[in-house]
Design a binder for this molecule. Structure first.
Ligand code: HEC
Length: 154
């Protein structure tokens, strides 16, 4: 085998390891002044995947509480929370990341909004979900990327 092949395998393994190491675990997320400054994965979020995670009832299920005009093809939109239209005008991406990761730190313990990347989710958690955040680190980044597209004041 040519040495070049081994070299590129080693690089690929190294990159894979770095991607894994860069993912921040739920308990290690640093929330400072209502912001999570660092990406949870080091990879940019994908807004299209974020829109899907937001609408998916098994994932974000954000539409249970929030309306989003841009997702009008989705059938049900809740109204217990403010519409997310124009949310990128109100919050920076670092703040949106903090809201999605751990809304109760942002809005106070009475907030009904779940922390989507937090293990502090209360008591009545299904056994198979204990110790697992609702969204993966990459799904949080995807949702934040999608929220960052929701601008009105252009
Ligand atoms: C159970 C209801 C509920 C769910 C589900 C929920 N939220 Fe919320 N969210 C709220 C409430 C209520 C507020 C307003 C702040 C408060 O009083 O807690 C809020 C506030 C927000 C805000 C700030 C809005 C603004 O305009 O200032 C953002 C952004 C947000 N939520 C994003 C999300 C995303 C993204 C999801 C899904 C991943 C989600 N929420 C799921 C209830 C919910």
């Amino acid at each position: 085998m040519k040495p070049g092949v081994w070299g590129s395998t080693a690089v690929a393994l190294l990159v894979a390891n770095m991607a894994y190491a860069a993912e921040v675990a739920p308990n290690d997320v640093k929330v400072e002044d209502g912001t999570v400054a660092q990406s949870l994965t080091g990879n940019p979020g994908d807004p299209e995947m974020g829109a899907k995670a937001l609408a998916n009832r098994g994932l974000g299920n954000c539409l249970a509480c929030h309306a989003v005009s841009a997702l009008e093809s989705e059938q049900f939109h809740g109204d217990v929370a403010p519409p997310l239209d124009g949310v990128a005008d109100r919050w920076q991406p670092e703040q949106l990341r903090a809201i999605v990761v751990t809304a109760k730190k942002e809005f106070g313990p009475e907030s009904v909004m779940p922390g989507f990347y937090s293990l502090e989710v209360g008591i009545n958690v299904r056994k198979d979900l204990v110790g697992k955040p609702i969204l993966t680190a990459q799904q949080v980044e995807d949702v934040v990327a999608y929220l960052s597209t929701l601008k009105e004041g252009d």
